[in-house]
Ligand binder design. Structure first.
Ligand code: M6R
Length: 617
């Protein structure tokens, strides 16, 4: 995915676009570019690299002039990251300029036709094809930019969020959306407009925003109300202006070195926000509208299918254990990318739960569309309000984690587990699979979790010390059992993605079926050995590692004395119910990966080759 910004109005567009791109860099950061119109001509600067690299191209003050412009930060799909493939792209005549997020699937066919008509291409991108198609349509039909964009978009197959302007009519920007998000900020009395992939670039200027829906386009002209139309049938759409709830503080680092560390430390608040108004301990109830309104369906469900990717898939695995334990409903957890392409057996008695922080992950979105077409009821668990997955779902529950900007998911994971645990508890009561005293006990324990996370975060410096010892390791093994097996997977994923160290997560008992061969005195093994469940068995696994000189970093319950004797390092978590331990055991693993990555001088918030949400296949 990529980030798009734009501005048209009375202010200098340059700082608005550059700051906006920096806020959107979580969406992609392999190249960046800006085009500004200064009243006479356009100034286009683009480069491979980050927005900070782009700044070097603006030594001349003149290049920063203009009250209209668009910008882009890229995560490459078509064409390697280099200066030429970076956006914005101009049309052959040089009159039209575009930034694009998404993929034009039939670009090759269109490109060949355009070449036959005399067009030449400089980049390998599908975006350059699109802007030339718009130019060709505009010329041939003698229409204005808006109409040309509309006709051209009806010829393309794929996904897009675009912003286009024509230097012949620089008081207007045309935007359109299908599959990739786009928000428009509205200045007072329509004197200025802001365009962005999410609202963060314009929070300090306006709280009034329109989120375009799929297959909509907007013609944005200073001094005039926005005109929104359907791309396919030209019908006029009434603008739905929303008041933004986000504030600047939420999207700034707030004194932390990295967003990831800030987001790790935000977890006590995020978990509390996620159960606020839902977990009512005094009344001994859990209230969730999305569940209450569809209780019959949940009670009649023969099976729950969970679809997700990455960290969200790990949260789904934790949920599998919790749903089966509490509510006795069979659960299957699927990688959305696999699920969508096989021919799964889905019936109207199935409930599909889609988990996604961004709510925009292409594979998860496609998986739920497919499940819906087969009659399943889809329940979305998303963090981003109004995201595609939340809109496509039949019902859902938001995690209230707040914006997660670090590419490595942290508070999204713990809040997903929180929501899923609340659902499992609610269903358990409704089905009668949990006694009322156990239910009350869980509500009580859940409510204590934020304070326990807070306390756990105090071990920060201890984890840092451990990180220093293993920062040069080339492999790590993570082991856990039961509810904590998915946490082992999540710990390994965190380390891989931000420190580039190879790491594997395994169910502890599987170690002897292969991975044990890897263990020698250079192999750090992180073992989750809390005092419940399969504690004795995990202790035996630890002994097996010890006998082979592996280095053991154990996550134990406070007061543990057995593992302390064997392990090289011990990190204690506060005691809680076994099913709730993932909310605690995951915290030291997040910190461990964070500190190792920082010490290895890795870009923690923007790890190489990744993007915050994967809106392409
Ligand atoms: O936005 P989603 O939760 O759908 O994203 C799914 C994965 O792309 C995401 O969890 C990814 O694995 C993270 N980078 C992990 O930290």
């Amino acid at each position: 995915m990529c980030g798009i910004t734009g501005y048209i109005g009375y202010r200098d567009a340059y700082p608005i676009i550059i700051n906006g791109l920096q806020r959107l860099e979580y969406r992609g950061y392999d190249s960046a570019g800006v085009v500004l119109y200064d009243g006479k001509q356009i100034n286009l600067s683009k480069t491979k690299g980050k927005v900070s690299d782009l700044l070097n191209k603006f030594d001349a003050e003149d290049a920063k002039k203009g009250n209209v412009g668009i910008g882009h930060t890229r995560w490459a799909t078509h064409g390697v990251p280099n200066d030429v493939n970076s956006h914005p792209h101009t049309s052959q005549s040089g009159d039209l300029v575009i930034v694009h997020n998404g993929i034009i699937e039939n670009y090759d066919t269109i490109k060949k036709e355009l070449i036959n008509r005399g067009y030449t291409f400089h980049s390998d991108t599908d975006t350059e094809v699109l802007i030339n198609l718009i130019e060709e349509v505009k010329k041939n039909n003698n229409v204005k930019l808006g109409k040309a964009v509309q006709i051209a978009l009806n010829e393309v197959v794929g996904a897009f969020a675009i912003a286009v302007f024509d230097i012949e009519k620089p008081d207007e920007i045309v935007v359109a959306k299908l599959g990739s998000p786009i928000a428009i900020g509205i200045g007072k009395d329509n004197t200025e407009f802001f365009i962005a992939s999410d609202a963060s670039p314009f929070l300090e200027y306006t709280k009034d925003a329109i989120y375009l829906e799929d297959e909509e386009m907007a013609i944005i002209k200073v001094g005039r109300a926005i005109e929104i139309r359907k791309i396919n049938d030209d019908s006029v759409v009434t603008a739905n202006v929303q008041e933004l709830q986000m504030n600047l503080e939420q999207i700034e680092k707030g004194g932390y070195d990295h967003f990831m560390l800030k987001e790790i430390h935000e977890q006590p608040r995020a978990i509390t926000d996620t159960f606020r108004g839902r977990l009512l301990k005094d009344e001994a109830i859990i209230k969730m509208a999305g569940i209450e309104d569809n209780m019959k369906r949940f009670l009649n469900a023969e099976r729950i299918l969970i679809v997700a990717c990455g960290t969200s898939w790990h949260a789904g695995l934790v949920a599998e254990y919790i749903f089966e334990e509490f509510a006795r409903i069979p659960v299957e957890v699927e990688y959305a990318s696999e699920f969508r392409y096989r021919n799964p057996i889905i019936t109207e008695k199935d409930i599909v739960i889609a988990i996604s922080q961004s709510g925009e992950t292409a594979d998860t979105l496609a998986a739920i569309k497919m499940a819906k077409s087969k009659g399943a009821f889809v329940f979305g668990v998303c963090n981003v309000v109004g995201s595609s997955i939340s809109r496509e779902s039949d019902a859902g529950a938001y995690t209230h984690a707040g914006p997660e900007i670090g590419v490595a998911s942290t508070k999204a994971f713990t809040t997903q587990i929180t929501v899923l645990t609340l659902i499992a508890l609610r269903l358990a009561r409704a089905k009668g699979t949990m006694s009322s005293s156990d239910f009350r006990m869980y509500l009580h324990e859940m409510e204590l979790i934020p304070n326990k996370v807070e306390k756990l975060l105090e071990i920060d410096s201890k984890v840092e010390e451990i990180a220093r010892k293993y920062l040069l390791s080339t492999n790590f093994l993570y082991l856990g059992r039961g509810f904590n097996f998915p946490v082992a997977l999540e710990g390994a994923l965190k380390l891989k993605e931000i420190s580039y160290i190879h790491a594997e997560g395994y169910p502890a008992a599987e170690m002897k079926h292969g991975p044990i061969a890897l263990i020698d005195d250079r192999m750090p093994v992180v073992v989750i050995a809390t005092n419940k469940g399969h504690y004795d068995k995990v202790v035996s696994n630890i002994q097996e590692i010890k006998s082979r000189q592996g280095k053991i970093i154990a996550i134990v319950t406070e007061g543990d004395t057995v593992v302390k004797e064997i392990a090289d390092h011990v990190i204690e978590i506060p005691d809680t119910e076994e099913a709730l331990t993932p909310l605690l055991t995951t915290i030291p693993l997040q910190l461990l990966s964070y500190y190792i990555a920082v010490m290895r001088d890795c870009n923690v918030d923007q790890p190489r080759n990744l993007a915050k949400s994967v809106t392409v296949e």
